[in-house]
Design a protein around this ligand. Structure first.
Ligand SMILES: C[S@@+](CC[C@H](N)C(=O)[O-])C[C@H]1O[C@@H](n2cnc3c(N)ncnc32)[C@H](O)[C@@H]1O
Length: 208
């Protein structure tokens, strides 16, 4: 079941193990600034189910969003390919109702478990087969469950990422409800002004 390969280098060519220690220094990563933290907490509260439920945080990194979700009463399973990231997430959520696993976000090692929400921030765009990953994540949801996908296109000279239109096109075959929320204009989320494309998609797929 486990896909632990001890390889913190993901499919995006980045050595996430090497980056783990400094990862939280970015305002939107570590959420250390109270204003940034409050901005993400408010968004997450609106995106996640109102009732406390089971949240699967894929590519969870150091667990910053996992912690916000746990503070809002949700039970967390986090999965990341980088053992160093997972170690930091375990530390950050010590004593909470949370478990962290080393594994591939595209095929999380969660067996037959099902979730009320699959939360993925800044990871989908790096996966080699995003359509396939989305289908798999849909299948990990309980009836009425939702995908919460936070993505964007970063940089203006050599942009990387996935535009919202492309992501909603990938979700179209799953039908159901899809809501796109634009995030670029909300300075509090990033700790600075940004002019590239940043957004969240909340999708409640139909069962097929
Ligand atoms: C930009 S960070 C985002 C971390 C976290 N989601 C957040 O928003 O703070 C990308 C994370 O995804 C992880 N990652 C990249 N590819 C992955 C994969 N195929 N499976 C699991 N984790 C992956 C990296 O190890 C890293 O922790």
């Amino acid at each position: 079941m486990t896909t632990h390969d001890g390889d913190g280098g993901g499919t995006d060519g980045v050595d996430w193990d090497a980056r783990a220690a400094a990862f939280d220094e970015e305002p939107d990563h570590g959420l250390r600034d109270p204003e940034v933290r409050a901005a993400w907490a408010a968004r997450l509260r609106a995106w996640l189910p109102r009732r406390a439920g089971d949240v699967l945080d894929l590519g969870c990194g150091t667990g910053s969003l996992s912690l916000l979700a746990a503070e809002q009463g949700h039970r967390i399973t986090g999965v990341d390919r980088s053992p160093a990231m997972v170690a930091l997430a375990r530390e950050k959520l010590a004593g909470r109702d949370a478990a962290f696993l080393v594994g591939d976000a595209a095929a999380p090692p969660v067996g037959e478990e099902r979730y009320d929400a699959v939360l993925v921030r800044h990871v989908l765009w790096t996966l080699p087969e995003p359509r396939r990953a989305l289908r798999h994540w849909r299948d990990l949801l309980r009836p009425g469950g939702r995908l919460v996908l936070v993505e964007g296109v970063w940089g203006t000279v050599s942009p990387v990422g996935i535009p919202a239109d492309a992501l909603t096109a990938l979700l179209a075959p799953m039908a159901g409800q899809v809501r796109v929320e634009r995030l670029s204009g909300d300075r509090a989320l990033w700790g600075r002004d940004v002019d590239d494309e940043r957004y969240a998609v909340v999708a409640v797929p139909d069962r097929s």
